[in-house]
Structure formats: C-alpha cells, structure tokens
Design a protein around this ligand. Sequence first.
Ligand code: ADP
Ligand code: ZN
Length: 606
Amino acid sequence: MSTMIDQAKKILKTVFGYDGFIYLQEDVIGNILRKNDTLVIMPTGGGKSLCYQIPALIFKGLTIVVSPLISLMKDQVEQLMESGVSAVLLNSSLTPYEYRRNVERVKQGKVKLLYVAPESLLKSSVLEMLSSVPVDCLAIDEAHCISAWGHDFRPEYRRLVGVRLRFPQAVSIALTATATPRVRKDIKSSLGFEDSGEYVAGFNRENLFLQVVSKDNPLDQTIEFIRKFPEQSGIIYCFTRRQVDDLYSDLKDKGFSVRPYHAGLTEIERKQNQSLFIRDDVQIIVATIAFGMGINKPNVRFVVHFDMPKNMESYYQEIGRAGRDGLPAHCMLLFSYADIHKITHFINKKNAPEKRVAHIHFNAFLRFVETDDCRRVPLLNYFGEEYSIEKCNMCDNCLAGEKELADLTVPAQKFLSCVKRTGEVFGMGHIIDVLRGSRARKVLKFGHDRLSTYGIGKEFSKKEWMILARQFLHKKLLTQDMEYGSLKLTDKAWDVFQNRETVLGYLKKQDDDKEVEKESKIKSTPDHDKDLFEILRKKRKNLADDAGVPPYVIFSDRTLIEMASYFPQTMESFLDIHGVGIVKREKYGSIFLGLIRKYCGDRQIK
Ligand code: ADP
Ligand code: ZN
C-alpha cells in the first residue's frame, strides 16, 4: 500500500507538477486504491479531480467519469491531454467521426479516463462497448444530482446504480461540493456506500476575502472596486436581467472590458460571452445567477454581489467561483435595506411551506450580513462547522478593529415604545416614519401623527434608524414576523423600558471608505516581477489561442507567478515550478525559459 501512495506522489509531481497533496486528497486516494467506495465532500477548488485522476493512472483498467456538465468535461479532458494523460469524452457534442474514434480508442485499451454524460453512459450501445473493457473505477462527479434534496436533481443519476452493478470489480467514488447532511445521506444510500468511506473537507475557503459594504451609490462603488483589479477576471452578480443589462452598458461606457450573461440572451450569445471570459478575452462578466455552473476558470480574482443573494447557499456557491487556484480573491457584497425588502417580497410570493423555509434561510443570511464578528463564524456555522479561530484576517470585520460601542438605551426606548403604541402590528418602515414625523399616507390613515411618539426621533435619518432597529432585533428586544415583517416586543424590551437594562451597540456603521482602504492593503497576489508576468501571460495567451483552449489549460496564473518570482533558468529548475510536469516541460519549457532568460539578460537579473 505504501508503495502505491508513493507512486501516487510521484505521479502528482511528474504528471501534474505539484509538490504535495492538499486537504484530504492523500486519504481519499489511499482509500480508492484499496478499492473502498468513497464519498468525497470538498468545497470548490478543494482539488476533487485529482482524487480519481491519480488512481486512474495507477489502475490497469479504465476509469469512467460521469459528469453532467459538458463544458467541464471538455475542460478536464483538455487539461489532462496537456499533461500527457490519455483521456477522451463521449457526449452529444461530438461529431459522429469523433465519437467513433473515441469509442475505438477505449476499446483498444488506449484510454485511462473516459468522461461521459450520464445519459450517454446509460445507452445500451455504450454499456455494450464497455462490457469488453476492464473497468477499475467509476467516478461520479457532481454527485448531489442523485438526490432530490440537492439543488440540481437529475433523474438519470438515479440509474447509475445499475451501471455500477455491471462493473463489480470497479471501485466507486462520488464527489460533490454540496454539504448538507441530508444530501450526503441520500447519495450514500442511493449508491449503496458504507458510512466509513466518507471524507468531508472543511468548508472554509481561506483565500477568499469577505466584505460587506452598505450600498449607497452602487455604480460608483462597483467601479471604484473593479479599478483595483486591472486586467484581472471577475464576476458581478445582479438580481434581475434588467439590472444586468443596465450595469453592463454603464461599465461598457466607462471603457471596461465586460459582457453580460443571463437567461434572456440567446444561447449563442451566452456561449460566446462565457467563452470570451474563460479565454481571458473579456475581463468582467455581469450576470444573473444563471452564470457559473460549469465554470472551471481558476483565476477569477473578484466576485461582486451588486444585489443581495437570497440565502447563504447561493452566496457561498457564487463567491466559490473566485480563487479556485488558491490565490487570494476578493468578494464584495453590496447590501441595502431596500434589497431586504425586495427579497422578502419575492419570498412572500411563494406558497406556504416553501415560503417558511425561504424566510428561515434568508434570515440566516442576514445574520451573516449584519454580524460585527468574523464573517466566517456565521458562514461556516450555517454549514454545520464550528469556526474557532478568533480572527481570520480575511474579512472586513476582522480588519476593522474594535468599533466603539455606544449607549443606545434612549433610541431603543423610543423605538420600542413606538412599536407598543402602534399596536405591535407594523413593520420597521412604518415605525420609523412615525418616529421621524412623516406625513406619509399610512401614518395619517392610522392617526399615528397623534401618538406621543410621533416625531420624537428626528435626530436619526431613516437609514440610521434601520441600522439601529436591526440591532434591536439582534439583541432580541423585538421579534419580527417572518412573513409580514411586523414587530413585537419581547420580555427583554420591558427591562429596557424600566431602565433595568442598558442597550449597547453601534450608532453608525463605520465609514465604508475607510474599510475599503484597509482591505485594499491586502495583497491580491504574491510578490513577483509584474513585467515578466505580463510577457509570460501574453505568450500563454498566444499558445492557448493557437491550440484553441483556455489559457489556464496551458499553465495556471500561479505557475506564471512562480516563474516571474523564481526566474528558473534551466530545464531542471523549470520542473520545480508549481504545475509543471514532465510533459508540459517538454512542450513549453524551452519557449518559456527562452523568455525568462532573455528578460533576465536584458535587465541583468541573476
Ligand atoms: P474542485 O473540482 O474540487 O473544485 P479542482 O480539482 O478543479 O477542484 O482543483 C482546484 C485547483 O487546485 C486546480 O487549479 C488544481 O490544479 C489545483 N490543485 C489540485 N490539487 C492540487 C495539489 N495537490 N497541489 C496544488 N494544486 C492542486
Ligand atoms: Zn474574519
């Protein structure tokens, strides 16, 4: 066994160019090599692919990889071929000639990895073909598709059990980034896995900087933000198609390299925009949540949420598209009370049981948005993980330092008594209108301009009151009806009335400009020679265009960054660079070494 793991490590270095395993890779690979069925739960960027790719190179027979996403399959096959691994795919995107050629190669035993869509694998012709081929491993990617509890249920996946029984000598590995225990259980029971073969990696993505900014002037805020990432890829998520179109044209007018993406575009337009982005021809995609499935681009350096996501899962999935290469990436969410309103309204349109669940999920997300502690605490808690490090130093709150607590007892008393006077049936907006002495129709209609609390809160703006009221909610002085938003007092509120309890909190959110300044000090990439990096990047782009593949298939950014910081001069030292295996060295070594040597020669860098 130990020799097999040694062999796995050797392949890791010589084929893929990496120095060591990350997260649970080594354990998972060991378990697969012992032919134990395995379920792997790892966040995006956790390195799931190598968990079956390396065993595939050690096993004598074939490894079948089932994946629902054609673009991802194509991507992986291209990447494997660049590293000299024989992999093919079978799906509906191939021409009849390509299809037959791939089938032939599999039959002749010339292929180590076969990527197939589930519906292709279930075809009798394909199963027939495979019956004469020794199969050692069946890998099921995006395994949550097997569960009706997952966010992407695909009935074909249910039928994979039958396929599995056809290859009794093959070990199965199921992989997903979906964490919920319910889905996990479903996958295992559907596939007949034992409990012991479950590997769950932590969900913390350490390289993502998390920031929540209050949304004042979203266009300017966004522009200021993306200016900090010249020529670096990023995604901006909006709530509606219309918002996407508007923001897209605003950014285009300002001269940004940007394309839109949403379900209202034609399929051709969508494909084209996605491909321009993946190939580094376009810097920014403005999109609805329709964008992202099947995006394997490792060097997305920022994700902006122009509007609030509906829940933690969507948020986590969307920020998860940043920084898959493990280098730092920046996630900024613009948050406003108007957005809360919009989403609540949207949720209220659902039918009863769904509505309840959606409210619960949305409220959990609000806890993340409004927390003053490390953002990783509510985020990871949501996924059932305890986060025990005191400061992550990769979120706005951890960098903000101590905020000064203010005594909010008086504003709390004003607010709470206004809730009481109006009969505990109104929402925040109305209470604030009364406090601020508004002449709004609703205020007059209920005669609330005659209450003793009318107009006693003019010292705060509407927005400031919102921030205060949310804090009172957090401190459980009030409860809020999930559906209608109406506020009610709790027992704790009475203690505040009677001055038995002081309310401490924050009068104003810290100046956002200051926060932005602070986080911008975080380095987005490690130290390296920027000019050389640009030269290498151009070369990579040319090579990629010639080969008709995305640039990251040739080399990742991290690989180029290492070249531009270590200046390798020989074929031997070139192999030490992250992501350079033997085949890639043969293919590209002399080209890149040539550029590095010339650069060093011109500037007399040793
Ligand atoms: P996932 O499928 O879990 O999202 P991938 O398999 O695409 O993750 O891997 C994410 C990134 O991490 C890829 O760019 C991959 O090349 C890199 N990677 C995977 N394993 C290692 C390793 N052992 N050392 C360094 N980088 C790795
Ligand atoms: Zn933190």
